[in-house]
Design a protein around this ligand. Structure first.
Ligand SMILES: Cc1ncc(COP(=O)(O)O)c(C=O)c1O
Length: 386
């Protein structure tokens, strides 16, 4: 029998899907053999408007023809436009661009610690949560509350303390005079699609205010329309001090941002932030198109409706192998009995791209433009496999 050749990543640090993609159209990937796949993973939650969205492509091409890169020492029209859009539609007084989610979180941590230095007697400790994920740089890996990521860190970066998610007593027990910030995802996406309770987040927010602690919300995965609001924090009626964004902000080009409210904004000075590539004009040109699209109320309502539809359709599969379906908007996790990887492999063979974020959790983060028809097809395939 002829053996299929295993397709590998160039650096051998990840097991890649055993197909070679040729192109994408809307929510579909087409491989080099012409086979089509519904994409429920969207480039790890990046492709908010799917593949080949013409307004995004055109904005990129238009900017490419002007200049791809100058530097932050020049006025950057597209960056200014995106910054204004972000400020107008959030609590933010300041917006600071960088290239990746991890980098945005690094900047957030740096800003919080500067604030601690000036405003809270050099407080520097940051509470993060078990099962969180904040990136793969040294500092953000330490911030990430998952031991499996800490194995290669020797020593870990100082000043991170882990608390139990959705457990206010545990958080309070970990705070002391040196605590400068609490940093969290409102839905722990990589960590298994764990949704924060509204009450817990309100308690955290109140606690931060009462105790002069900053609240940092990592919206790298939950932000930009994913949960049916521009920012997930809007679902929780809170106003964080810092929010980080990334993933789809640049339409697939590297772009991330840190949003700061009043008290952090006022301590950031010349040279506290800098980056050669961050806020690149091409990525920002794409970002302006994307942001204008996702800030539209009807678009957001559609995301909310499709999220509910996907969630209900998954529940309706009604199999004893499905233990729980949870999430918000188009960020949904399905906890199963058994090996999620096997379902991912089976789905791929049948034309469906899935992801297992945990050995027993399948994560659904489709493009926000996915249609109900594509959701129905997804369910049909899943029914066959499960
Ligand atoms: C919540 C969250 N924060 C940070 C990151 C890191 O982003 P990046 O991979 O762009 O550095 C991710 C990536 O999955 C994420 O989900």
């Amino acid at each position: 029998m002829k053996r299929e050749k295993i397709i590998k990543s160039s650096d051998n640090t990840v097991n890649v899907y055993q197909i070679i993609p040729e192109k994408g159209i809307r929510s579909t990937i087409i491989d080099t053999k012409g086979k089509r796949y519904i994409d429920m993973f969207a480039g790890i939650a990046v492709n908010l408007l799917g593949y080949n969205y013409s307004d995004v492509n055109n904005a990129i091409m238009k900017q490419v023809k002007k200049h791809i890169h100058l530097s932050r020492l020049f006025y950057n029209k597209k960056q200014e436009e995106l910054s204004s859009l972000l400020k107008k539609n959030s609590f933010a007084k300041g917006v600071y661009f960088s290239n990746s989610g991890a980098e945005a979180n690094e900047v957030a941590i740096k800003f919080a610690r500067k604030w601690g230095l000036l405003k809270k007697n050099k407080a520097y400790k940051i509470i993060t949560f078990y099962n969180s994920f904040h990136g793969r740089t040294y500092l953000t890996l330490t911030a990430t509350g998952q031991e499996k990521f800490h194995k290669i860190l020797n020593p870990k970066a100082p000043g991170f303390i882990y608390a139990k998610f959705n457990d206010i007593d545990d958080v309070k027990s970990k705070v002391d005079n040196e605590t400068v910030a609490i940093m969290l995802e409102l839905i722990q996406a990589e960590g298994g699609v764990n949704v924060a309770d509204k009450k817990f987040i309100k308690q955290i927010s109140d606690f931060c205010k009462e105790n002069n602690i900053l609240l940092i919300v990592d919206e790298v995965q939950t932000g930009l329309g994913r949960t049916g609001k521009i920012f997930c924090y809007e679902n929780y009626d809170i106003e964080p001090d810092i929010v980080t964004l990334g993933k789809g902000l640049g339409g697939g080009l590297p772009l991330s941002a840190v949003l700061t409210g009043d008290r952090v904004y006022e301590i950031i000075e010349n040279n506290d932030h800098g980056t050669t590539m961050g806020g690149n004009p091409v990525a920002c040109a794409a970002g302006c198109v994307i942001f204008k699209k996702i800030m539209n109320k009807n678009f957001l309502k559609e995301v909310e409706n499709k999220g509910k539809y996907l969630m209900q359709s998954l529940k309706n599969i009604n199999s004893e192998k499905i233990l729980e379906v949870r999430g918000k908007g188009l960020l949904i996790g399905m906890q199963i009995k058994g090996d999620a990887k096997k379902i991912v492999e089976g789905a791929l063979k049948q034309g469906l791209i899935l992801n297992a974020c945990k050995p027993d959790v399948i994560r659904f983060v489709p493009p926000l433009i996915m249609t109900k028809k594509e959701i129905d097809l997804t369910i049909k395939i899943l029914r066959r496999i499960i």
